[in-house]
Design a protein. Structure first.
Length: 94
């Protein structure tokens, strides 16, 4: 893992005690238990049909936003080129 992020998780005392005990008994770390549990939960959530529908909606929204930004950028660059060309003297003029 070359790019690792740290995340603080608040646990109530009973859950923390259970986690610590089971990590010790299983010979693994609490971090590894949390990581594998989180991965399993995320995998389960990712397969839900409503998540797929929301993802498709988000993808369409992001595409619309990107198109709008591209159009705004093209207009800005186009107007910059036009105003720069207007300020430059034409060949043969003084």
């Amino acid at each position: 893992m070359s790019d690792v992020k740290t995340l603080a998780v608040r646990l109530d005392a009973a859950l923390h005690a259970r986690l610590t005990l089971l990590a010790k008994l299983s010979g693994t770390s609490a971090t590894e238990i949390i990581r594998t549990g989180l991965e399993a939960q995320l995998d389960a959530i990712a397969t839900l049909p409503e998540i797929a529908a929301r993802a498709a909606d988000l993808q369409a929204e992001l595409a619309r936003e990107a198109d709008a930004q591209q159009a705004a950028l093209a207009a800005l660059v186009g107007s910059s080129k036009a105003s720069s060309a207007a300020k430059r003297p034409t060949p043969g003029s003084k």
